[in-house]
Design a protein around this ligand. Structure first.
Ligand code: ADP
Length: 425
């Protein structure tokens, strides 16, 4: 699916680049052509006005202009020739003889003499193009005559063609490089989308797997119970408890899944109000002390007074419950758990330390991933699905804090949370 998307993105980028290149090349060529035309028209008009002025001044159509071809500043590209037709459209004067051009020019002269106006055209003489400017005017005696000036476009066309080729060559070369870069960028920009898609897929697969286990247990237990129709409920209390505890597991799991799914979509509002962490932890420690006593675990707490942070009280409560609950789950009887709250001028530091099984170095980062459990069977037995620390991690992130674990295998772990005291709201 992603290969297809990547190919489509690269092709779209390439097409956009090629279209842009063509528009750019044609625009440059078009502008240059228009600029050449405008300057040529100016030169032709100037020359023709000069000719008309000479004709009117000397009242003669037979004149000779200086031979410019011999001048040192002679430029073949800008050189202008002329043709003069009398009132009967008889050729009376011309600077150079070009038979093909003269007959084409005659047709223009004929048209202009009819309209008594002027025309500016490009004429094609056996592949060579000329700009031809034709004007009808009256002599002092009232005779209407036609004067024409023309200039070759050959060199201009050659320059334009070469300009087009150079732009296309540079453009194609840059387009190839740009396509290469754009394909690389397409790959790079799709990478996070691909990763998130893969992790969503994995998340759904893991969630279904986790839900299947309690469902299978409930189903088999119910089937077993249906075969014991002669026995009393009391006699089957163990099986009924089994169903109850699996149902609780499942509803806890669904709640965690919902939290993470909503967190991913930024659908959970996280409040930013002053929270007295000291009070919050003291309250929780009171409750966990009772659970610890039942498990014969020594529970201790060292809590600094009046430590306040900006955040969401319920979410911070949930974070502490996850950490204390884990400490209880993974610490054997006769172990110890210590909850500590310290603070500096700008941050509060919570530590939940236990003398339990510990976490191996290679698992320290991974236990914060969704569904990651070091010992699946043991965690399930304790009612865990490997989502608690992912939720804890999300809560800490939302509070712009940090969470990490320091641990030695079989000696115990310390889960440390650092929360900033002041935050920009
Ligand atoms: P679970 O519901 O399985 O406890 P968590 O996300 O809370 O899920 O924890 C992930 C895993 O991290 C656990 O399965 C366990 O292997 C490990 N872990 C968490 N807390 C502790 C702890 N205090 N001591 C040792 N291992 C722990």
């Amino acid at each position: 699916m992603f290969k297809d998307l990547y190919r489509k993105l690269t092709i779209t980028n390439a097409l956009i680049l090629i279209t842009f290149l063509l528009i750019f090349s044609y625009s440059i060529v078009g502008f240059s052509n228009a600029a050449f035309d405008a300057s040529a028209k100016n030169a032709l008009t100037g020359r023709l006005n000069k000719i008309i002025e000479i004709v009117l001044r000397y009242n003669s159509l037979e004149f000779t202009l200086n031979d410019e071809t011999t001048k040192p500043e002679y430029n073949e590209r800008t050189h202008i020739d002329y043709i003069i037709w009398d009132k009967n459209l008889k050729l009376v004067n011309l600077s150079t003889i070009q038979e093909d051009l003269v007959s084409k020019a005659y047709q223009n002269a004929l048209e202009v003499s009819k309209t008594k106006g002027s025309s500016y055209n490009t004429v094609n003489i056996s592949g060579a193009k000329y700009r031809l400017y034709t004007v009808y005017f009256r002599m002092a005696n009232g005779d209407g005559v036609v004067a024409q000036v023309y200039q070759s476009r050959e060199i201009d066309d050659l320059i334009i063609r070469q300009l087009f080729l150079v732009i296309m060559a540079i453009g194609t070369f840059s387009a190839v490089i740009l396509i290469f870069i754009s394909s690389h960028l397409a790959k790079k920009s799709l990478e996070p989308v691909r990763k998130s898609y893969e992790s969503q897929k994995e998340f759904i697969a893991d969630a279904s797997h986790e839900l299947r286990t309690p469902l299978t247990i409930i189903k088999t237990t119910a089937e077993l119970l249906s075969m014991k129709e002669n026995e009393t409920i009391g006699e089957n209390e163990k099986w009924l408890n089994n169903i109850q505890s699996e149902t609780e597991n499942m509803s806890r799991l669904i709640q965690s899944l919902l939290t993470l799914a909503q967190a991913d979509n930024n659908q959970i509002p996280v409040k930013t109000e002053p929270v007295n962490l000291s009070e919050l932890i003291k309250d929780l420690c009171g409750k966990f002390e009772l659970v610890a006593r039942e498990k014969e675990i020594a529970f201790d707490s060292i809590i600094s007074e009046n430590v306040q942070v900006i955040g969401d009280k319920d979410k911070l409560n949930q974070l502490l419950v996850i950490l204390l609950d884990n400490a209880m789950k993974y610490t054997p009887e006769k172990g110890t758990i210590t909850a500590t709250l310290m603070h500096t001028s700008d941050k509060a530091v919570i530590t939940v330390k236990d003398s339990g099984m510990g976490v191996k170095d290679e698992d320290k980062k991974r236990i914060f991933e969704r569904f990651y459990r070091v010992d699946k069977a043991r965690s399930r037995e304790q009612g865990g699905a490997g989502l608690g620390l992912s939720i804890a991690n999300w809560i800490v992130r939302e509070h712009k804090g940090k969470i990490w674990v320091e641990s030695e295998e079989n000696k115990g772990s310390s889960f440390i949370v650092e929360l900033p005291k002041k935050r920009k709201i």
